[in-house]
Design a protein. Structure first.
Length: 94
């Protein structure tokens, strides 16, 4: 029985580690996100703001939302020029 529980535990742990990997956005998903980005800035600024996009998680990993959010914000930063963005999972960056 102990071997069975240990085997099931290792299978579940392996599945959790595999599932915790962020998904890769398809070209279609990227296009949908790019199309949703505003075509031009709504305001004028003197210089771009700096934004930290912090994605460290503990426990549940948002494997679909994080890559999509990162892509959307990078797309807006590139297209609109309103902000410079840094992506990090390092708490030292906060």
């Amino acid at each position: 029985m102990k071997k069975f529980i240990l085997s099931i535990s290792s299978i579940l742990l392996t599945a959790a580690c595999i599932h915790a990997q962020d998904m890769v956005l398809t070209p279609e998903m990227q296009q949908m996100i790019a199309d949703a980005c505003p075509p031009a800035p709504a305001v004028k600024i003197d210089k771009p703001r700096k934004i930290l996009f912090f994605t460290k998680t503990a426990g549940f990993r948002h494997t679909e939302g994080i890559p999509a959010g990162k892509y959307a914000f990078q797309n807006m930063a590139d297209k609109l020029g309103l902000f410079d963005i840094v992506f990090s999972e390092d708490t030292a960056d906060i």
